[in-house]
Design a protein around this ligand. Sequence first.
Ligand code: BF8
Length: 634
Amino acid sequence: MSKRNFPGDPATKEMRSVAEDLSIETIWDRELKQQPHCGFGTLGICCKNCNLGPCRIDPFGEGAKCGVCGADADVIAARNLVRHIAAGSACHNDHGREIIKTLHLVGTGKAQGYKINDPEKLERLAKEYGLETSNKDSIKLAQELALRLFKEYGQQDGEIVLPKRAPQKQFDIWRKNNLMPRGIDREVTEALARTNMGVDNDYQSLMMHGMRVALSDGWGGSMIASDLSDILFGSPEPLRAKANLGVLKEDQVNIIVHGHVPILSDAIATASADPAMLKLAKEKGAAGINLAGVCCTALEVLSRKGVNVAGNFLQQELVLVTGAVELLIVDLQCIMPSLPDVAACFHTKVVSTNPRAHFPGSIYVEFHEEKGMEIARKIVTMAIENFPNRDKARVCIPKESRDMVGGFSTEYIFKMLGGNYRSTYRPLNDGIIAGRIRGVAGVVGCDNPKQNSGDSHVALVKELIKHDVLVVQTGCAATACAKAGLLTPEAAFQYAGKGLQEICEAVGMPPVLHLGPCVDNSRILTACCEMVKEGGIGKSLDELPVAGVAPEWMSEKAIAIGWYFVASGALVVFGTPFPVHGSPNMTKFVTQDVEAITGGKWAFEPDPIQMARVVIEHMDRKRQALKLKPMMYQ
Ligand code: BF8
């Protein structure tokens, strides 16, 4: 193994060295070539929305203070930011749309290999949407609910339904400030229209709409995606698995699922366990079929099927550098265009599957739910048949993988805290009231070579749990901490403060709860609603001692998520700012002024220990405002 001092976990370090020795370019090499990153882009003050430009604002000297059309730094930064929010929300909302489509196909008997796995949740959701549920079987209800949800996507006026889950005070804030999403697709479309040259030229008005777009994601598309995924693929319950590149197996056919939408990965998981497939694998000389995942789709099949996680965002190329992957199957989102080039250095096949996401150099096998199992078996067969092509001499699988527990959900937290007979959030609220738990922090988002390649998450989360902050996680941040062993009950004894430790011990839970992929950030919203409902720690989300942090964010989806939390009353801390600092007014709006509107606001802090400080101080302020007891052990 190399002695080169790369950041990241041990398996990442090892495989980066291997990649370097093989002259395989990875994200870290490309990041270096981009330095220094464009200053105007970083500050958010370049505009290419029309052909009068591209324009840029001089933030320091005597140069241009507005673009050719007259837009100043405030308008340019706001327009750019709203477009980021719209793009991120569109990704989540489109993900939700895909799952509604599957629900509809199940409801019309056309989806091969899919069924209703959680009929009670289906009924609950149908009732929330005002559907008559009595005397209807799940299939009929699935069809009706799918049509109702499609309608909400295309709705032009009124309000979407799920914000009703929020506490009344929050709901009233959204109504009073005209922040309530009217339809899911409508808000994204309007964002693109408003940010055209010469439409909305007021940065505050633009940002108000940006928040409405983000809310249509968090309380709309993402929440629908999470609920329907539970209904179709099963509501998660905690299960043990492993995380990091060491989950690959030298003697088995290794198949990696990568992307986001669980429709495909669920079918691949079923096909990989098919006895006929296993028999074929043995005939080809393999001891079995090993399915593992990368990025959020990994976390979908982890949460429901206990499939191991091979890696997070930054490790997607390194998985291939092991030389042990027969087939990488991708759908969409967060998939590096470089993957077919890395795969071409080995025998690995890359199969792309979604008509929205094409990858030159990959084999395209279009996925349709109507023939889901048939296509999944075809892809798994391609992987098995590729096993004899593996060059064993080039295989290098790091040993490193860590035990983890995944599969927590808003509903399971009820059961876990209260037991089967007295499902309740009471012990969590009591823990906060008594000063055993300081508050709850969502540590979420991507890993980024600009930051510390995953190390920031680990340092931040250790610091938070040491100060009795219960941490909930999703996405690549969760994988980063899983790789450091923080997602096990045992981690409480090693890293948590005494108060949090006592709660973890009593309940038998880890100090860091894995809530799933990024769309499941909506579970954090609903868990916060349950905390308010349980009583004693405030009447709305902005009164709770909670915060969201994304130390290494990179995706526009992260901006959308952060904004739906801020619009829902939370403090959100990003490791690096999104591009607004070229506009002092926008910077003030996002870090201060917005608080008077929604109760939430942004902070930016690169150092993980300082980041924890910002969160802890915020929680202490909220605790003081609620007149809660001082922390029990600090
Ligand atoms: O949606 S955490 S790198 S994989 S954007 Fe992407 Fe970021 Fe990972 Fe999932 Ni979320």
